[in-house]
Design a protein around this ligand. Structure first.
Ligand code: UN1
Length: 492
């Protein structure tokens, strides 16, 4: 299947010379071909989006929201089909793929609701017979650059608030996972969103991404991806005075205190560290465990990990799917090798899994290290694979310090039964998301998603806060006194 860009409500003719294969990470088979857009295609998309946005901004927000309700409905009807495609292109196990499509459905209905809210403020004026309010205004054309690990959910976090707020969107999905974008483009088309309002352009970050960031008519760039790339986006965006929203890496930890329900903690660790083969920004990569329960946690994790089945995520029996591609596999492996070199103790895994049916895919054995030094590479760098590192501590304060010692600040978690320690931890954990007695993954779409430090630049995806990225605040003063009233001066 050859995918096509979707620009101005039309499928763009593609040049066979610029197609690249999309591979199923479970077995290396080609499942589609994705076109790489030329600069002309991107410029054309920007031009039509700019034009379309002017009329879209004048459509009442509840009417714009009607398109989102229709999109949500289509996503709901196609949930299973979309989940199957998602697993085939990204590799996550089918149950998680269904969950991800659900995240998109939830976002559609939630943001559609914003069409009838999008609250601003009314506030008294300091002068008589004068009215003051603030309203949200759309910004214009926004460029969205999204990653492969959540090919549909993250796209909906960004595009739906942008659209309901009256912007036109140009979305550059990852070329690893373009099929979900293609499916969403089909849905945009089917619900009849006005041509040019929602555009999908495939291509590399260097070509399409850079063109979007540099173009004067693209006013906002929302990016999710690595901190390394995000920093380049910020640099270039800064030069061109763009509003840039960045969602980047994480090095998330679960703290297990000595009074924790250990069964629950172990379940939480497995789900959030090994789910999506560890390829969530929110994945638990470190377990900060109190010395009193360290051995118990090790034993329980080992026992549970020996039961896990690696394989093609389309198989309902499989618990861990492949990682995205070979390059990722080798990167993960180089981290585990460095871990060994720095003296961490490997309890299980640490190998590329290539026996039998796994040989054609990109699989890494679920890996558990213990006695990991808090400042070692394993404990500091984002690995993005099924690798858990146990770090021993002796108090809550030390646990919080270790949690906060990394350059990222996305998600954190604490398992304890002690309410006082819960409140202390939620105050002091320096992350954008904190969980208590749950793993580090599983953010819900109506709360802000994002992180501190190297994870972000102060913006949030999803939640009502996402609207802040795609709107400007406008303060409106209406003087009905019939005379010139001077603020701060005519005070008597
Ligand atoms: C991501 O990994 O970038 O909280 C997104 C979660 C999911 C979203 C993760 N709802 O794990």
């Amino acid at each position: 299947m050859k995918l096509q860009h979707y620009v101005n409500g039309q499928w763009v003719e593609i040049d066979d010379m610029n197609l690249i294969p999309v591979l199923n990470p479970a077995n290396g088979k080609e499942i589609a071909q994705v076109p790489m857009a030329s600069k002309e295609v991107v410029h054309h998309a920007i031009e039509v989006a700019k034009k379309a946005q002017k009329s879209w901004a004048l459509v009442p927000a509840p009417k714009r929201a009607d398109y989102l309700y229709a999109i949500g409905q289509k996503l709901k009807e196609r949930k299973e089909q979309l989940a199957q495609i998602l697993t085939a292109e990204m590799g996550k196990v089918i149950e998680e793929a269904r969950g991800e499509v659900q995240e998109g459905i939830d976002m559609a209905f939630y943001m559609a609701g914003e069409g009838r809210r999008m609250f601003g403020q009314t506030t008294p004026s300091e002068l008589p017979n004068k009215f003051a309010m603030s309203v949200r205004s759309p910004i214009g054309v926004v460029g969205l650059i999204t990653p492969w690990n959540f090919p549909i959910a993250i796209a909906t976090w960004k595009s739906f608030p942008a659209l309901v707020a009256g912007n036109a969107v140009i979305w550059k999905p990852s070329t690893e996972t373009p099929m979900m974008a293609y499916e969403l483009a089909k849905i945009f088309d089917e619900v009849g969103i006005p041509p040019g309002v929602a555009n999908v352009v495939f291509g590399s970050g260097n070509d399409v991404g850079t063109t979007l960031i540099e173009h004067p008519d693209v006013k906002v760039i929302s990016f999710t991806g690595s901190t390394e790339t995000g920093s380049k986006v910020a640099e270039l965006g800064g030069k061109h005075l763009k509003k840039v929203s960045l969602e980047m890496g994480g090095k998330n930890a679960i703290i297990v205190l000595e009074d924790a329900d250990l069964d629950l903690a172990v379940e939480g660790i497995l789900w959030s560290a090994l789910g999506t083969a560890g390829q969530r920004c929110t994945a638990c990569s470190r377990v900060i465990v109190h010395a009193d329960v360290k051995e118990q946690v090790e034993q329980r994790l080992l026992a549970a990990m020996s039961e896990l089945k690696l394989g093609d995520g389309a198989d309902e029996e499989v618990s861990i799917g492949p990682v995205i591609h070979r390059a990722a596999l080798h990167k993960i492996h180089s981290y585990t090798q460095q871990g060994l070199n720095q003296g961490a103790r490997l309890l299980t895994g640490g190998k590329i899994a290539d026996d039998g049916a796994l040989a054609d895919g990109s699989y890494y054995e679920p890996t558990l290290f213990t006695d990991v030094a808090w400042d070692s590479i394993l404990a500091q760098e984002e690995i993005f694979g099924p690798v858990i590192s146990l770090i021993t501590v002796h108090s809550l304060q030390e646990a919080i310090e270790v949690n906060n010692s990394v350059k990222y600040g996305l998600s954190s978690s604490i398992f304890t039964q002690d309410i006082n320690r819960v409140f202390e931890a939620q105050r002091d954990l320096d992350t954008g998301i904190v969980y208590v007695n749950a793993g580090t993954t599983g953010a819900e779409i109506h709360l802000p998603f994002g992180g501190t430090k190297g994870t972000g630049n102060g913006h949030r995806d999803s939640g009502v806060q996402a609207l802040d990225v795609y709107t400007e605040w406008k303060s409106v003063y209406i003087d009905y006194s019939g005379k010139l009233q001077r603020a701060q001066i005519d005070t008597e």
